[in-house]
Ligand binder design. Structure first.
Ligand code: B12
Length: 217
């Protein structure tokens, strides 16, 4: 992976952390124009910044409006970086179909969308259902497109149990043996993946792609 000039990455990080929405988008454009790898910019600039905003929120130094502004700035940068990420198609043939979404009650979509873009760049056909997705919607889409993989994202400890419920619904509808399930999201662990009946766990987008490739082989 290419070395990222620290100055522009630091500036993007600062813009995300401070919630400077327009600046984050502009800097992302500049980063691409100067030939930087979009994944490097996301992982070394945007992600540490949004995590820092989350830490500040957790300890009471940031209030919700500030966290929302940071998230909006991150999304402005991602709106520029994600299409570039998807264009980096490594392989042309379709590796498999993936239905992806954030479970019901949870509106966090940044990490899930990165996973979707990376899977798409790796050659998967991705059906991103968005956020706050009811179990029935996941199951219906899996059936409709004949998905090979279902990816379930949860960022809240209170919404993690929805992952198990979706898997149970797949079983109820007789589809569990037709689709592999990968779970992910900040509070999700390998241990939880086993407990909730998933086939695999992806800690981040790179590992999500690796695991997805293993599952369809
Ligand atoms: C940004 C953010 C928000 C934004 C979301 C904006 C958006 N459009 O997504 C906003 C401000 C709206 C928000 C709202 C809330 N948030 Co919030 N949020 C965050 C924050 C700071 C960052 C999340 C993020 O985007 N990270 C960056 C991405 C790249 O990382 P990621 O999501 O983890 O994704 C990676 C991996 O997890 C993995 N992955 C993710 N999904 C999937 C799926 C699959 C299939 C696979 C394989 C892998 C995978 O790959 C991704 C890429 O590497 C986190 C703190 C944190 N450090 O996680 C808190 C955090 C998750 N939020 C929290 C809370 C409490 C809330 C609110 C309840 C606050 C409130 N009082 O209203 C609401 C929830 C509303 C709801 N119903 O969902 C808590 C959760 C605590 C808990 N134990 O459950 C956290 C941990 C903050 C904290 N420290 O208190 N939040």
């Amino acid at each position: 992976m290419c070395k990222v000039p620290s100055e522009i990455v630091e500036k993007i990080g600062a813009a995300v952390f401070e919630g400077s929405i327009e600046e984050a988008g502009e800097l992302a454009k500049q980063a691409l124009a100067s030939g930087l790898n979009p994944l490097d910019v996301i992982e070394k600039g945007c992600v540490p910044a949004i995590e820092k905003a989350g830490d500040w929120f957790a300890r009471g130094d940031y209030f919700l409006p500030e966290l929302v502004a940071s998230a909006e700035a991150m999304k402005a940068a991602m709106a520029v970086l994600e299409p570039a990420l998807r264009e980096q198609k490594a392989e042309r043939k379709v590796l498999g179909r993936v239905v992806l979404g954030t479970v019901q009650g949870d509106i966090h979509d940044i990490g899930k969308s990165i996973v979707g873009s990376m899977l798409s760049a790796a050659g998967f056909e991705v059906y991103d259902l968005g956020v706050d997705v009811p179990g029935e919607t996941f199951v219906a889409k899996v059936k409709e497109v004949g998905a090979d993989i279902l990816g379930l994202s949860a960022l809240l400890t209170t919404t993690m149990p929805r992952q198990r419920e979706v898997i149970e619904l797949l079983t109820e509808k007789g589809l569990r043996d037709k689709v592999k399930v990968i779970v992910g999201g900040a509070p999700v662990t390998e241990d939880w993946a086993h407990k909730c009946g998933a086939d695999a766990y992806g800690e981040d987008a790179i590992r999500a792609v690796r695991v997805a490739k293993e599952l369809v082989q």
